[in-house]
Structure formats: C-alpha cells, structure tokens
Write a protein that binds this ligand. Structure first.
Ligand SMILES: Cc1cc2nc3c(=O)[nH]c(=O)nc-3n(C[C@H](O)[C@H](O)[C@H](O)COP(=O)(O)OP(=O)(O)OC[C@H]3O[C@@H](n4cnc5c(N)ncnc54)[C@H](O)[C@@H]3O)c2cc1C
Length: 380
C-alpha cells in the first residue's frame, strides 16, 4: 500500500494553502468529502471571497492571543496580498478595508487549483476516523484506508453542513486525547424573545446602529430579518455574545438634546426611517408629538432608543452561521508548527482550532496563515 508523506484532510482554505506551500507535491494527498475543492471559498463574501482586511490584529479574534500573535504577524495581510498578487489575483477593496476578489471567488480558487498541481486528489471521499499503525497514520474513509506519515487536519467548523461541514476534525482530536472547547454558531443572526417580536414587522429594513456586547463595541448596519436580527453589526456581536443582553443604540451619533426645543414632531426629527420609528414608538409607548411638548417621562422612553436592551433568544444556528466559535484547545498545539503536542506528525489548521475571527476577511486570513506557517515548519 502506498504511504503518503502528507494526508491533508479537507480541501478548503487551510488544506489548499498547505498543499500550495509544499515544494514536493507528489507525495501528498488531499482527502475531501465534497465532489469539488473549496466550496466555502466559492460562496464566501457574496461570491467574491473577502480574503483579508486592511488591518489585522489579535484583538480581531476570539482566541488565545499569545497563540495567534506571531502567526498573524509573520503571515499577515501584506504577505497574503502579495502572495496572491504574484499569482495574478486582481482585487477590490470594499468599505475602505475589506479585500475581495475583483469579480468572483473563482479567481482565488483557480490560483489554488494551479498551485496544488501534483498533489493527489481524493474527492467525494469522507474521512471517518484516523488511527496509528506501525508508526504511520491510517485514515479510514468512505472509499477505503489511506496511509501516511503525517496527517494534516484542515476540516473546518460545523457551520453550513450543506457545504460539507462535519465534526470529524473535533472527533479526530478527541480520539487522540485533545480537548475541544464548547462549539457554538458565530457570525450569525439572533432570534427574538416575545418582547422584541415587533422587529419581525420590519423584516427587510436596514438601519445604522452602534452596539455594546460585553466589553466590545461595534457599529454598522443592522438588518431586521424574518427570523430576528442580522446584518454585519449583529454577526460581529454574535462572536462575543454568551448570554444576557446587548445594548443597541438606534440613534448613533445623534444628540437628543439638540432637538428638545423643536416644534417638529419626533418622527420628523429622529434619523430613523418613518416605519421603524412608528414600530418603536408603539412598542416603547412614545408619543409622536412636537418635541418641545414632551415631558421628562416621555424623554426617558425616547432615550431607550439610544440604549435599547436586546436579549437574544438564541441564534439562527449552524445552518446559517458563517463560522464555529470554539474548537481544538490551542494550548495542546505547538504554535510554531501547528503539530499536536500529544501526537507526533498530527497537525491541526484553520477553523477547526479554537480561533475565530470577526467579519471582514479575518477567518480566511487565519486559515491561510496557519497553513503556511505549518507547511514551512514541516519543510524547514
Ligand atoms: C456563507 C459563508 C461565507 C463566508 N464568508 C467569508 C468571507 O468572506 N471571509 C472570511 O474570512 N471568511 C468567510 N467565511 C468563513 C470561512 O469560509 C472559513 O472560516 C474558512 O473556510 C475556514 O477554512 P478551513 O480550511 O479551516 O475550513 P473549510 O474551508 O470549511 O474547509 C474544510 C473542508 O473540509 C471538508 N471536510 C469536512 N469534513 C470532512 C470529512 N469528514 N471528510 C473529508 N472532508 C471533510 C469540507 O468539505 C471542507 O471542504 C464564510 C463562511 C460561510 C459559511
């Protein structure tokens, strides 16, 4: 039976970048459950793959900062952009900071397909378990056993099972004695408790807000969705939300004092779409009178719009989440090589680790950076 040098489990962002970095591709194999490579890359960023961000710092991640710091410093956004540029990628920058493929995520996928030429591909092959036999690893798959000297687990998280996500990476880790921290959907919308059910009537409307979740503050667009709240600012909040309430300012950068003596009605003064204002006025029992006639009690209720206490019922779940929060505990992983500290020649990369970035290209940056550092450590 053939013994591979590297068995790469998962042909997603991290698995592809790892394979691309190998100088000798012939003795490696990518084992991928889907019938094609990079399914998440393809649909990511609205089909244009937001692969990195203008500013990347450890604070953009929910992770053990000391573990990710050096990797993100060495294999940072500048390194990634020039690596892709050298291979012909054209990109555009959105919102002044988010890097997307110029037209389509196929452009970045095509680069990887070119860069991994020589690596053996086993597509539509689901990994079921990994064990050790006579010093080698045996990867049991839906299409038989595959034997190799090293195993690189790049199986991603649990989100979007329809794109091939499975729990196999966590199961492999556990079977070798690794600890997996609790797994939760993140970069995902929130469902509503009964007191906020009126949000549903605003389904489809977006507003600019600022919010506080724990110690974190975010501002951006909030979308009233059919099932609850979504939009970029909410997705970011979901990464840092445990339980309890989120404080939302529906009137960011707006000073209520400036309108208190106005003879215009409140709905004409507040920078909110009329429809949104009306639903909030009904829910908070705010009178839509001329501002100058409102009482102290009335203003207290208006002020609630600046510090609305929103307690999510839960999230939209893994089927809608962009990422999985939690993962393989990083203290048991060598941060120089990404090799398990428990089992020689077993490696873990990308989202399967307990490292989760916020919205804006941070998760691909991590997947690509961890994969490159690992491949270069192996080859050094
Ligand atoms: C809708 C959506 C949009 C996103 N947009 C962005 C974005 O614009 N920017 C950004 O930074 N991040 C984005 N993300 C997150 C990003 O896609 C992931 O963080 C990233 O792909 C993680 O890379 P990875 O290689 O660790 O895992 P993945 O890319 O998920 O790759 C894991 C691979 O392992 C395979 N696999 C799983 N189980 C098995 C098994 N049992 N046997 C064989 N193969 C298996 C999977 O099929 C998959 O191909 C998005 C995610 C989603 C769901």
């Amino acid at each position: 039976m053939k013994v591979y040098e590297n068995i790469i489990i998962g042909g997603g962002a991290a698995g592809l970048m790892f394979a691309a970095q190998l100088s000798n591709k012939k003795r490696s194999v990518i084992v991928e459950g889907n019938s094609k490579l990079g399914a998440k890359i393809e649909i990511s960023g609205g089909g244009a793959c937001n692969f990195t961000n203008k500013k990347i710092a450890p604070s953009d991640y929910l992770a053990e900062k000391s573990f990710i710091k050096e990797t993100l410093k060495e294999y940072n956004n500048r390194w990634l952009i020039s690596w892709l540029e050298e291979r012909g990628l054209e990109y555009r920058i959105k919102n002044g900071r988010e890097y997307f493929c110029k037209k389509s995520s196929k452009e970045i996928l095509d680069i990887f397909k070119r860069e991994i030429r020589g690596v053996k591909l086993r597509l539509s092959t689901r990994v079921e378990s990994v064990s050790k036999r006579d010093g080698n690893f045996v990867v049991k798959s839906s299409r038989g056993d595959i034997v190799g000297k090293r195993v690189i687990v790049a199986t991603g998280g649990l989100s979007f099972p329809k794109l091939g996500a499975t729990d196999i990476g966590y199961e492999i880790a556990k079977s070798f004695g690794h600890r997996v921290t609790p797994l939760q959907p993140a970069l995902v919308g929130f469902t509503l408790q009964p007191q906020d059910a009126f949000f549903k009537s605003l389904s489809g409307v977006s507003v600019a807000v600022a919010l506080k979740v724990g110690q974190r503050e975010f501002s951006g667009s909030l979308l009233f969705a059919h099932k609850g709240l979504s939009g970029p600012v909410i997705l970011n909040a979901s990464l840092f939300w445990q339980k309890g309430h989120i404080e939302i300012d529906f009137l960011p950068n707006f000073n209520l004092e400036s309108i208190k003596s106005s003879s215009k009605s409140l709905s004409n003064l507040l920078p909110l779409p009329k429809r949104v204002a009306k639903h909030f006025f009904d829910a908070l029992e705010i009178k839509d009178s001329a501002a100058k006639y409102l009482t102290k009690e009335d203003w207290k209720r208006v002020e609630e719009l600046k510090s609305y206490s929103f307690a999510p019922a839960g999230t939209f779940g893994f089927s809608k989440a962009e990422v999985t929060k939690g993962g393989i505990a990083v203290e048991e992983i060598d941060q120089e090589s990404f090799m398990s500290k428990k089992v020689e020649n077993l490696y873990f990369l990308g989202e399967v680790l307990d490292v989760t970035g916020r919205l804006g290209g941070f998760n691909f940056q991590w997947a690509f950076a961890s994969a490159t550092k690992c491949a270069r450590a192996i080859e050094s």
